[in-house]
Each structure stands twice: as C-alpha cells, then as structure tokens.
Write a protein that binds this ligand. Sequence first.
Ligand code: FNR
Length: 391
Amino acid sequence: MLLNAEDFRREARRLLPRFVFDYVDGAADDGCCLRRNARDLDAVTLTPRVLRDTSRIDTAVEVFGTKWSSPYGIAPTGLNGLVRPRGDVMLARAAARAGIPFALSTASNMRLEDVRAAAPESIQWMQLYVMHKEMAARIVQRAQRAGYQALVLTVDVPVSGNRELDVRNGFRVPFKPTAKLGWDLVTHPRWSMRAAISGPPDFANLVADGEDGGSASMQAALLARAMDRTLVWETLAWLREFWRGPLLLKGLLHADDARLAIDHGVDGLIVSNHGGRQLDAAPSAISALPSVVAAVAGRVPVFMDSGVRRGTHVAKAISLGATAVLLGRPLLYGLAARGEAGVDAVLKLFADEFMRTMALLGASSIADLRGDSLACEGGPTDAGVASRVST
Ligand code: FNR
C-alpha cells in the first residue's frame, strides 16, 4: 500500500536502477544535512485549537497575484527524464491539475517552451543556473517569451555538492556503460525498456534556439562546467535587463543574505539547503526559516523547501512564517513509482494530509495557521535549536 511519501520512496527504490534512485535520493557527504532537515521538521510541534468551525477549509494562498489551491508547489529538479521519459511534462501537468505551481530546472530534459505548451494554463516558474552568462541570458529571454511567471535564481550551487553515491555507482553525464551499470539495467527491465525506447535524456535547454540537441558529450561539458563563480549581488541588476517578472533567490539560509536580497530588489526568497545535496554542514531549512522571516519582515514572500514529506510539515513551515513550501523528492518518488499518475497520487496525499492537519488544528484558512494561537512549541524555535540558526 502506498499511504505516504515514504511508501512511494520505497517503491521508487524497488523500480529504479540503483544509480538513478541514489541520484534522486542521495545527499552530500555524510547525509547530515538531509537528516537534519527531517529531524528538525519532526521536532516542531503545533498546538491545536478546539471548538472552532472547520466545516469549510480554504487552503488557497495568493502569490504574486496568482491563486494557488494549496500552499505548496513543485521544486525544480534536473534530470527528471532519467526518472521517467518526459518526466518534466508529467510533473507540469500534474501541478496544473492540482492548481499549484511547477518550477522547471535549467537542467530539464525537455525544452522550456515544450513544457510550457503542455500545460499552458498552469503556473510555471523557470529556475536558472548561471554556468555561462550568455547562455543564461538566452534561457531567461526564452522563458520570458514562453510565458513563465517567475524566475528562480538558484544561489547555493557555486560548485556541485559532493555526492559520493553517484561516484561509487559510476553515474556521470554523459552516461558511460560499465559492468556494474549494465547489471543495474538488466535487473530493472521496465525502466531500461522505457529508457531504450526514449533514448538518453538531453539537457534540452542548454542548446541555443535553432540548434539541434547537440551531442551528449557537448551538453555534459556545458552542464559540468563549474558555475559562474563571479556571480555577486550586483549581477542581479544584469539579470533584470532580461527578466521583467518576479525574481526569486533559492538557496538562502542566512538572515543577512535575506536583507541583502531585499536591498537588491529581489521579489521572493526560497529558504533551502537544496534538500541536503550541497553543503552538508548547512542548518536545516526549517531552523533557518524564522530568522529569515524576521529579517524580511513581510516585505516579500518567503518560501521554504528541503525535507517536507508530510502535510504536517507544510503546516509547520507556514506557522513559522513561510508563504508556501516547495516539494522535491516526494514527487520524483511518485514519478518513478507510477509515472504521471504517481505524481497525482503524491499530490493527493499532500492535499489530504494538509486538509486533515488544518482540521485537527482548528484552522479554516491559511491565515489561521499564521495566527499567534497556533505558535509552534518545541523544535527550531526552542533555545537549543535557535542557537544553531546563524544570523
Ligand atoms: C534538486 N534540486 C535542484 N534545485 C535547483 O534549483 N535546480 C536543479 O536543477 C535541482 N535539481 C535537483 C535534482 C534532484 C534529483 C533533487 C532531489 C533536487 C533541489 C530542489 O529544488 C529542492 O531544493 C530539494 O529537492 C528540496 O528538498 P526535498 O524536498 O527533496 O527534501
């Protein structure tokens, strides 16, 4: 039975080749940050209020003038096509059906225009990695033309995190067959059959308009190129020349960076440690959230991702000041387990769990979750954990 995100994770582990599952599920170094995300989210408690009318619960939030049916969206993840061919479109369509946003990664396996066209009525954000300024400018201009509603600049990847599982598995791009990988493929025939039919996933956005897909090695060279590490706060003004909509920064954990972001005209922040995939020493996102929310003081929306696995986790982030959260791996587990229907199923789990949590808390609107009466007790707001929050 697939009753929760962890059940979908186990099903994904069963169905995916080891190197794919580890790529999705894995984290940096020793996995400390990954575990911290889970531990700190679990440690927060929410105190329910009783004898309140919850016969009608409204879970909607408004973000940048657009209504989301629930206070969560789908985080940008690269290489979705490795989990399922056309995974990017499957995630985008499932998000559209659920009335929530989908963020497309720069490292997607489908062209951003095609993903937009597959769910034209939906809320779609474009995530940007700047490996090369000229290429980034081109992607941003294409996203603007295609109708993406917000741009998310990811700022926690000056270099890629140390993912030892990928190294051990011999997983790299472009894919180089080894005996170990061969055995992995043979023992996962359903995945291998699909992959054989669709061919290896391309990094479809990294190629200029009008060019064909380019060779796998060319694309890999582009992607593997270290990020542009000359990127600084002032670079945001350069980005604004190409992008007219809301600009968000993803991967902030420090309150001073939140203040700087606002000083530089950023429209929204995503408190995130990349799901524990970058700096293993980073604090959990939920423990960093309160200090960022305090620094922002309501001037822009603050989102959070990293470790959200339950409807209760969504409620915890909101009660600590997040406007909404983003979900990463749980949807990839759904995609791996059952394709597009699996993404729908995981989103339904979150919707059901979140609705039940609201009712149990005596909250009939998102505003109720933010009320003082539901202030968290324990967890990251406790002195012990707060002392870990860097300010
Ligand atoms: C990511 N993430 C990510 N972030 C980003 O800005 N651009 C990207 O291309 C990717 N790629 C990516 C691939 C995979 C397989 C994962 C799991 C994650 C990070 C992602 O947006 C988000 O921050 C985390 O996934 C949130 O943590 P949870 O929900 O996975 O714990």
